[in-house]
Design a protein around this ligand. Structure first.
Ligand SMILES: [Zn+2]
Length: 284
């Protein structure tokens, strides 16, 4: 697919420039010299991306099923986190794909809705699963203020052109004391290691991923828009269909989880996906 590209300033601090970091094919990740944010530059225009996402998710029923199996352990862990730290009520899952996470939460007694940009995924979630889905992006849905007890986004934030706009919008639609749960990959440390070892790879998944957040960076962004009490965790691992990927996901995911717990929930193993919880402040 051909992409129309645009040069951008840092999506977090709006600083110009960017030091080349890693290249994948014709795409390049750069690091902002001011705030250290890692992002794709140049990147596809919004129009190119919307077109791209119409083909991003699988369409065939067996692939949809294997996607569901891949995400199940992560969804299960996230549901348990919400039960532990959140209060049951209204939940919005942004970038919901086929809607399997809101479906799970509906079974657990939550009132659920999703936001999605892929029309085929919207059709599936509405027609097959019977869910309420708003066509995205989130900021175009114009949901009311203080409307949800929880907002979730699994592997969403790294796909966004304007992550700060998204985080502000999540904050606005959450009720005071409401909880945001984000799941995101953290790829740069593994890229650095593989480059050192001379192993070629496409782990950034460019140009689908427009940025790569570290736990420190995501917390800074969350706090900047008004979230508090950030809690980081490893949050399980995915189960990809491909055997090699599945084994490495289980090995690294379990190892990271063990180290995290042995360190008293302090050490977040570099390179594996992570989950962060953040709370909207209670009104005084
Ligand atoms: Zn920056």
């Amino acid at each position: 697919m051909d992409f129309e590209l645009e040069e951008i300033d840092c999506p977090i601090c709006e600083g110009s420039g960017g030091d080349p970091l890693h290249r994948e094919g014709s795409f390049q990740m750069v690091r902002c010299p001011s705030c250290q944010f890692i992002f794709l530059n140049p990147r596809p225009t919004m129009g190119s991306l919307l077109h791209f996402y119409q083909q991003y998710l699988p369409e065939e029923e067996p692939s949809i099923e294997s996607w569901k199996r891949m995400m199940e352990p992560v969804f299960h862990r996230a549901a348990n986190l919400l039960k532990r730290y959140g209060r049951e009520g209204r939940l919005l899952d942004v970038g919901t794909g086929f809607g399997f996470f809101p479906l799970e939460m509906k079974k657990r007694g939550w009132e659920v809705a999703g936001v999605e940009i892929s029309q085929k995924a919207i059709d599936y979630a509405r027609d097959v699963l019977g869910l309420t889905i708003f066509p995205g992006p989130l900021e175009k849905v114009a949901l009311p203020d203080n409307d949800f007890d929880a907002v979730t986004g699994f592997y969403v934030v790294e796909h966004l052109s304007h992550p700060m706009v998204f985080l502000r919008e999540c904050h606005r639609i959450l009720k005071p004391g409401g909880l945001l749960l984000l799941r995101y990959p953290h790829t740069t440390p593994i890229k650095n290691l593989l480059q050192f070892l001379g192993i070629k790879n496409r782990l950034y998944d460019l140009p689908a991923h427009l940025s790569d957040f570290s736990p420190k960076m995501i917390q800074q962004c969350l706090e900047r828009v008004g979230f508090e009490k950030c809690q980081h965790s490893i949050g399980g691992y995915t189960l990809p269909e491909d055997l090699g990927k599945r084994i490495s996901s289980i090995l690294f995911g379990s190892f990271a989880e063990i180290i995290f717990h042995l360190s008293g929930k302090k050490f977040l193993f570099s390179g594996v996906s992570k989950t962060v919880l953040a709370f909207k402040e209670e009104r005084v």
